[in-house]
Ligand binder design. Sequence first.
Ligand SMILES: [Zn+2]
Length: 110
Amino acid sequence: MSTRISDPAQLDRYECRTCGYIYEPTDGAGKIPAGTPFSEVPDDWRCPICQSTKPRFKSIGPKVGTMAGFEENAGFGWGVNLLNPQAKNVLIFGALGVGFLLFMAVYFIS
Ligand SMILES: [Zn+2]
């Protein structure tokens, strides 16, 4: 099949309302090649888990939509959210260490 996904709506995933199996257009399923929108899946196709027919499937939206929230959050916090966990730890404990030294300095001065 030479179908190419160009319309974002064709990336919609479909969930089997019977067993919860999710059809991923980017992965295909069984004999269905990867990159096949659910609308292009043959009408006699059945859920690979429970053999439900196509009408039992319901669109649950494209996978990329679920990533939007994370990408939005990455813009906040002065870029701290873009750091890897290790760098974040260094930043947090480094700041705590500096704060502790300042506290001790004030303690000794007074
Ligand atoms: Zn199913």
